[in-house]
Design a protein around this ligand. Sequence first.
Ligand SMILES: *Cc1c(COP(=O)(O)O)cnc(C)c1O
Length: 248
Amino acid sequence: MLNWQQIRERHEAVQARIEAAAARAGRSADDVTLVAVTKTWPAQLVIEAYDAGLSHFGENRPEELAAKRPLVEDALGPNVGNTWHLIGTLQSRKTDLAAAHADVFHALDRAKIARRLAADLAEVGRTLPAFVEVNLSGEATKSGLLLTNWEEDATQRAALRTMVHELLATPQLPPLGLMTMAPWDAPADEIRAVFRRCRLLAEWLAGELPGRPRLALSMGMTDDFEIAIEEGATHVRVGRALFGERET
Ligand SMILES: *Cc1c(COP(=O)(O)O)cnc(C)c1O
């Protein structure tokens, strides 16, 4: 496991790559939030990462978030300004853990989950801004609302619009935007096309919503975050580039 000085070096390198990608797209790097993905690493790694200047942390399993966050807060204090992102798919029997421990949810993909989360959030008096996860590449292993052919398929678009309208009517779950995953091991031009289609989908969706909100885009991981930023990502979820290969 890396210590805070090693993480700081890697953080600086990732930040420089974020800035270069943003500059190539004529964007400001300030519009890109780096979510440091700490899944599988112990609480001590998060503490080292905090000491290295990181403040947004991503976990993909709610049990792991629920176990790790209190350990980190016991060590650092609860109000040091960290934001905890739940980035992985949620099963309906675990919505209570997400409601209690996540600050941002990146993988909302079903109305049933939204309803359960909203009820659990109301109970604990919290709100959880959420990205709707969309599946643009059609890979069977990927979760998310099917928007594989959204440009042609009005039914796919309507399902997304309905979901987001429901969220707008649910004060506990304000919609932030869209999240997507690129296909595994695909050539760079295919990955770029997926991210571009996600941005265009968000632009279409914004036009369907009252007040035309600016929607955020959670896309890009270690192997493709620069392409994602060039295509409009506002949140990149990066693990291995910051912390090295996961051991499990
Ligand atoms: C693990 C994970 C990441 C980070 O992956 P790296 O390749 O380590 O950057 C991003 N998003 C999700 C949903 C993940 O599960």
